[in-house]
Design a protein. Structure first.
Length: 130
């Protein structure tokens, strides 16, 4: 089953890498380069999962996550935060704003595929039971 995944990162090389890795798994990929664009694309395209960087221009990843969790339409949308900010305080803050998973950069492609697949499998099972 193919899912829609939004990659939100202001580093083009990271976006291309994640798109390449996950498109090979059969997923439809979209990208946003900042928090404003991410929120707009989420509203318009309703992705199944969001891969979210923290440090971006305009609206950072923490604020994007807070906004998504405050909206009834997106409060259960899986958010996987990918960030170079690897301090325990950064990870706690990510969890506090409601992200489902926090992966530090650099990350292994295998780990990314495994984590994304786990969340998408949960979505697929819940959609089957509806």
């Amino acid at each position: 089953m193919a899912f829609k995944i939004l990659v939100v990162d202001d580093e083009p090389s990271i976006v291309r890498l994640m798109e390449f890795i996950l498109a090979r798994q059969g997923h439809e990929m979209m990208a946003a380069v900042n928090g404003e664009e991410a929120l707009e694309k989420i509203r318009l395209h309703k992705p199944d999962l969001v891969l979210l960087d923290i440090m971006m221009p305009r609206i950072d990843g923490y604020e994007v996550a807070r906004t998504l969790r405050a909206d009834p339409e997106t409060q259960t949308l899986p958010i996987i935060m990918l960030s170079a900010k690897a301090q325990e305080e950064d990870i706690r803050k990510g969890v506090a704003v409601g992200v489902n998973e926090y992966i530090t950069k650099p990350f292994s492609p295998e780990h990314l595929v495994h984590v994304v697949s786990d969340y998408l499998q949960k979505i697929g099972k819940s959609e089957e039971s509806v």
